[in-house]
Design a protein around this ligand. Structure first.
Ligand SMILES: [Zn+2]
Length: 166
């Protein structure tokens, strides 16, 4: 069977170009075939898959409950809107607001992103070895949370990673 290079946006838990046999049918079926064993997953793929699945679950559970508890109705641009406040700079932000944000390279992001981020005050235990998974999950789901605006969150995570490196 001839193989065709199929560029995929996202295949299961990994993002990469894959070689799959030419299959008639929808793109979805191709992906399903790929997932059923045509792809070899590396250990890194599996770990990043676990990480992103848990983050997704966190977004839908702990994070959602947290936001529900702290959001307030505020008058923003003449409208009553549910909003949150940045713990650092006290900026009040509408929960649904998105804007293009300044990236590390100084350019604006192509896509508009949420203006605020829910941050783990004490960070999360890094999940690099399977033995760390429990600690990572505990921090992720039970760690103290706060709202930061995008730029305060950026400078905070920059500081955190600098501290880790030194
Ligand atoms: Zn801020």
């Amino acid at each position: 069977m001839e193989t065709n290079k199929v560029k995929t946006k996202k295949v299961g838990i990994c993002r990469r170009e894959i070689l799959v046999p030419e299959i008639k049918g929808s793109f979805k079926q191709i992906i399903q075939k790929a997932e059923l064993g045509k792809l070899s997953l590396t250990d890194g793929d599996i770990k990043s898959g676990i990480r992103s699945s848990l983050r997704e679950l966190w977004r839908a559970s702990t994070r959602a409950v947290f936001l529900e508890g702290i959001r307030r109705e505020t008058l923003i641009e003449g409208k009553h809107r549910l909003s949150v406040k940045c713990k650092e700079c006290k900026r009040v932000m509408w929960i649904g607001a998105k804007e293009r944000v300044k990236l590390k390279n100084g350019k604006l992001s192509k896509k508009a992103k949420s203006v605020f981020q829910v941050d783990h005050v004490h960070g999360c235990h890094p999940f690099t070895e399977y033995e760390d998974l429990g600690k990572f999950a505990k921090d992720l789901f039970h760690g103290e949370l706060r709202v930061l605006c995008y730029s305060c969150h950026q400078s905070h995570t920059d500081k955190q990673s600098k501290a880790k490196r030194s």
